[in-house]
Write a protein of this length. Structure first.
Length: 525
């Protein structure tokens, strides 16, 4: 009986599939005009992928940043390149705008030796390998087996039968026999419903998300290093300030000691001067604890043991750079964590297609060929060869709702990734606004604090002269000196906070990174 494929099937893909099933085994794959269709079959079937097509989730972006009022004219600015969406050119190293060679070298070490960055890089390479593994589903699996055995005993292969004239059948053992078998097996699942395609899409999007995580980790480590470095230099500047102050206090103690010895002042004034000196010395010593901790933190960031790392003393000399801010909508292209979150949405969308593909049967082609002979020399001779070829269709008829639950789970996971993506974008907007506000307000505070510092210095000069003239007591001198020291330290603190806010703003803006730096949607190599 001859089986024929249905004549009303119009789809060329299904026509080819049905032809493979119903064509007599002896004629399959013998027609030359069928070969190009077989080679193109995976591409033709990719158009049949079930599940929703991916659409990037929408995010409401404000027209401008609220805290960026007045910061819109960047004409002539050369220290920073403003990002353009989908620009494949990476922006220059942002930390170089602070003009600190040591900071530059430390950031370079982060990219090489930071262990958190190494972990993120390993996760990206792992995700990239998963893409290659998923792509293997497009191709057949081929295996080979070669076996050789020697056997003896009563079996059909090593016994002979004879019938006597009386009709009695006897069997005699003919001795040991050899059996050599060579088998080649091939199996190929035809991706009728796009299960493999969706799996590749999910893994590829996951690899892109991992690449975004890698760049986010890199940016975070660089920003943390810059912040910690400026904090250490802030401590160094405070230490220098306290050393200068201690020198002044030491002279004041000597002056009051001389006056006390001469009987000009009471001993209480001398004790006040000595107390002020010792208190300031204690403050200077306390800075050593903070400096050591910051130095150890930097050592960790550059991948070194604290015992093998040190930074020489230097003042905080960096100036706060002007950082141009683009439109809020550009943030979607500039932050690696936003790009990673969006890629996770794409991966979750593909998982829905994978779950829906479970509703449909799987069509696979399998082939087996080989040869069997008692001698290796005749193993490949034509009479000893055998082969088989045929399709297989497998479908789940009842599973108690497992597939439906799988689709619901994938859909819920997709909704969760969409919410996470939008939350990441909103967090990015908040971080930009926070640091824009910090820079604007701290700039105003720095101007006011500078005026207060000048007044406190003038006050110290006047009160000291009055004390020397005997007009005021030493308590007045201590009060104005303490006020001046507080003003000096406050000015340094504001500078440190401004530098930290500038680093955080750079980080919030993506550090010059762009989404075009992600691996493309082409096969990850």
């Amino acid at each position: 009986m001859t089986h024929r494929p249905p004549s009303r099937v119009r789809s060329p893909v299904l026509q080819l599939t049905l032809r493979l099933i119903f064509q007599p085994r002896s004629q399959r794959f013998l027609e030359p005009r069928l070969h190009p269709l077989l080679l193109a079959l995976p591409l033709l079937l990719s158009a049949c992928a079930v599940g929703p097509s991916y659409v990037r989730p929408t995010v409401e972006a404000p027209a401008a940043y609220k805290e960026n009022a007045g910061w819109t004219d960047w004409t002539g600015w050369t220290g920073w390149k403003q990002a353009q969406p989908q620009d494949a050119t990476l922006r220059g190293p942002w930390w170089e705008t602070y003009a600190d060679p040591l900071l530059d070298s430390l950031v370079a070490q982060v990219s090489v030796s930071n262990q958190n960055l190494a972990q993120a890089d390993a996760r990206f390479r792992e995700a990239r390998a998963l893409v290659q593994s998923a792509r293997a589903g497009y191709f057949p699996t081929i295996g080979a087996n070669l076996s050789s055995s020697r056997s003896s005993g009563r079996s059909s292969q090593n016994t002979t039968t004879t019938t006597t004239t009386t009709g009695v059948t006897t069997a005699s053992q003919s001795g040991p026999s050899n059996s050599n078998t060579l088998t080649l097996d091939a199996s190929w699942e035809i991706d009728l419903w796009g299960r493999v395609q969706r799996t590749v899409e999910a893994q590829r999007a996951g690899a892109q998300a991992s690449a975004g995580d890698l760049e986010a980790t890199r940016l975070s480590a660089q920003a943390q290093l810059a912040q910690t470095y400026f904090a250490l230099r802030f401590i160094d500047s405070q230490a220098d300030l306290l050393q200068r102050t201690l020198a002044d206090y030491q002279r004041s103690v000597q002056l009051t000691q001389n006056q006390y010895d001469a009987g000009i002042i009471a001993k209480a004034n001398l004790i006040l001067a000595q107390t002020q000196l010792k208190t300031t010395q204690a403050q200077a010593l306390d800075l050593g604890v903070q400096r050591a901790q910051f130095e150890h933190a930097i050592a960790l960031l550059v991948g070194k043991a604290p015992a093998d790392f040190s930074i020489s003393h230097a003042q905080l000399a960096a100036a706060v750079p002007v950082i141009p801010v683009s439109m809020p909508s550009d943030l979607l292209e500039r932050r690696p964590d936003v790009a990673a979150a969006e890629r996770r949405v794409a991966a979750a969308n593909a998982q829905i297609g994978i779950a829906k593909a479970a509703y449909f049967p799987r069509l696979s082609l399998s082939a087996t060929g080989g040869a069997q002979s008692s001698t290796l020399g005749n193993l490949l001779s034509l009479p000893n060869r055998f082969w088989s070829l045929g399709p297989a269709l497998a479908a789940t008829l009842f599973d108690g709702g497992v597939r439906r639950a799988g689709v619901e789970q994938a859909s819920a996971a997709y909704d969760g990734t969409v919410a996470a993506y939008r939350q990441t974008v909103l967090t990015g907007f908040q971080e930009v606004e926070d640091n824009l506000a910090a820079l604007r307000i701290l700039e105003q505070e720095a101007a006011v604090q500078d005026e207060a510092l000048q007044l406190s210095r003038r006050s110290v000069e006047l009160i000291t002269n009055q004390y020397k003239a005997g007009i005021v007591t030493y308590l007045n001198v201590i009060q104005v000196q303490a006020s001046a020291l507080t003003s000096e330290r406050a000015a340094l603190d504001i500078l440190n906070r401004r530098l930290a806010a500038s680093v955080l703003l750079v980080k919030a803006l993506g550090g010059g990174w762009n989404a075009a730096a992600l691996p493309s949607t082409a096969p990850v190599k």
